[in-house]
Design a protein. Structure first.
Length: 303
């Protein structure tokens, strides 16, 4: 367990907006598919009575522990399960829950995970290049960076990072690893900067040059898109009539999956889309919480 994880607070994104859009009855049942520190659930838990239920899922043991503490005084029943949200159907089935009023997924990672040296997600601090959100996964980002051939690396950076310089970055990675394995986030960030002919400094309010490469590796290591597709596929069948699903995404690949899924379900008469355009945070929210800057919230309602 990391010390850093214990002190870094996670500020929930778009919490006020979500609370305005979702009305849970006192005996409502909600699934927080990404419980994290329980910030969003705490908010919804205030409106639930003793017959209400929150089922919280997370792949991170530390997050479950943090959420347990945060939600301990709520009046409703709280069930926290260390599980991937791709298995939401199985988990609810095991709990004897057939349908729910609300499913929330606040995708990506928490501030504590970003700051956790054991997780190796950040290029702001030099950390071992790991990137596994779920520590049970076998393959780390270092495994991919040091073992994949140049073409596979380039394809991965292009597909999951949408970086047009993917071939050049892959070439520099493969050249660099010939003199020894790439072990840290700092090493990888420096290689990407060299490939792009950029310094490691962010432009004001802009992205670090290695952002897209790091995004690509994180998506690949954690099977993020596959997991999200499974969650979205299961959700429609699990929601009650008039129940809602809300997804907060942080990059365009995730957002596209959500948008497509909601549209297809609307065409099939299963959903009504509540957010014709995604809701984004206000400038004030982004000023307080920089992590919110790329957030997009989409909501749909079961017909
Ligand atoms: C942005 S944080 C959620 C923060 C939470 N909404 C709050 O207000 O405290 C995202 C969480 O989702 C978890 N997570 C990411 N992918 C997951 C997956 N496939 N299944 C379950 N949990 C996942 C991460 O471990 C992390 O704790």
């Amino acid at each position: 367990m990391s010390k850093v994880n214990d002190v870094v607070e996670h500020v929930s994104v778009l919490a006020k907006t979500l609370a305005e859009q979702i009305n849970l009855p006192p005996d409502g049942v909600m699934v927080d598919a990404t419980i994290g520190h329980g910030g969003h659930s705490f908010l919804f838990g205030q409106t639930l009575g003793p017959d209400g239920v929150i089922v919280g899922l997370d792949v991170d043991t530390n997050a479950i522990r943090r959420a347990q503490f945060r939600l301990k005084d709520l009046a409703c029943k709280v069930i926290l399960l260390e599980s991937n949200f791709s298995e939401i159907g199985e988990r609810l089935d095991e709990q004897g829950i057939e349908s729910v009023d609300f499913i929330l997924a606040d995708l990506g990672v928490s501030s504590a995970q970003l700051a956790d040296v054991e997780r190796g997600l950040s290029f702001d601090t030099d950390m071992p290049l790991d990137m596994r959100i779920d520590k049970r996964l076998k393959r780390t980002a270092a495994d991919i960076v040091n073992r994949a051939d140049e073409k596979s690396l380039a394809d991965l950076i292009y597909r999951f990072g949408e970086d047009r310089a993917s071939r050049r970055i892959a070439r520099f990675i493969v050249q660099d690893r010939q003199s020894g394995p790439i072990r840290t986030t700092g090493q990888l960030a420096a290689i990407v900067c060299k490939a792009l002919g950029r310094s490691g400094r962010r432009r004001r309010a802009g992205k670090h040059p290695a952002t897209r490469t790091f995004q690509a590796l994180r998506i690949a290591v954690n099977n993020e898109l596959e997991n999200l597709e499974k969650l979205l596929d299961s959700a429609a069948a699990l929601l009650k009539k008039n129940g809602r699903i809300a997804v907060i995404s942080f990059h365009s690949l995730e957002d596209r999956l959500v948008k497509t899924n909601f549209k297809e379900n609307e065409k099939g008469g299963i959903y009504r889309i509540i957010t014709k355009k995604p809701i984004v945070p206000t400038r004030e929210e982004v000023q307080i919480n920089r992590r919110a800057r790329s957030a997009k919230l989409r909501i749909a309602q079961k017909q």
